[in-house]
Design a protein around this ligand. Structure first.
Ligand SMILES: CC(C)(COP(=O)(O)OP(=O)(O)OC[C@H]1O[C@@H](n2cnc3c(N)ncnc32)[C@H](O)[C@@H]1OP(=O)(O)O)[C@@H](O)C(=O)NCCC(=O)NCCS
Length: 154
């Protein structure tokens, strides 16, 4: 079976509404470190800041032209923190794991200075822990509040 590749496009202000819908969905927020949904104004302001932040890359993942999830990298020297959410209607179809896997290929190609990837995940967020460990992230000894820190060499 030939699987299509996920395509990554840089997020722009035109994606504000779609991201707001996904971000404010209770299914998405359930395991966010801040579970309170933002207002439209807060979200718009947050996105504008992120889009001008040179240490942040925001990508929209597409499968066969359909937007399926959002991937974010926050750079700190040679390390990048990776965050993900999948379109709430598409959970459990393998997209989370594929976005991480193909997102790692993307970062290896576009930001070769990055040597380490880090994910900070609430310890009860089993689906998220699952998709990172499937992609060779290892749980570090560090914990941040009630979050696990998962690390992978890039
Ligand atoms: C975490 C998230 C990205 C996973 O996306 P997804 O597309 O549903 O993930 P996948 O379908 O690739 O895989 C989910 C895995 O978790 C497993 N899983 C689901 N619920 C689970 C549970 N309660 N306990 C244990 N494993 C569970 C699934 O069985 C699957 O594993 P498998 O492929 O071995 O069967 C998605 O749930 C999401 O966007 N959540 C909200 C935002 C979030 O939590 N982001 C992570 C913070 S960085």
């Amino acid at each position: 079976m030939i699987c299509s590749k996920i395509e990554f496009h840089y997020i722009t202000v035109l994606d504000t509404e779609l991201l707001f819908q996904w971000q404010s969905n209770p299914k998405t927020r359930h395991y966010f470190r801040d579970p309170k949904a933002p207002t439209v104004e807060e979200h718009t302001h947050w996105l504008q800041q992120k889009l001008t932040d040179k240490n942040c890359v925001l990508l929209l993942a597409y499968d066969k032209g359909i937007p399926i999830g959002c991937l974010r990298f926050d750079f700190s020297n040679v390390e990048a923190e990776i965050s993900i959410y999948v379109a709430p209607d598409l959970y459990g179809q393998g997209y989370g794991s594929r976005i991480i896997s193909e997102g790692i290929e993307w970062i290896q190609m576009h930001h070769q200075q990055i040597t380490t990837l880090k994910a900070i995940v609430l310890e009860e967020n089993k689906p998220s822990i699952n998709i990172f460990t499937k992609n060779e992230f290892i749980q570090s000894e560090t914990k941040i509040n009630n979050c696990l820190v998962l690390i992978r060499q890039c």
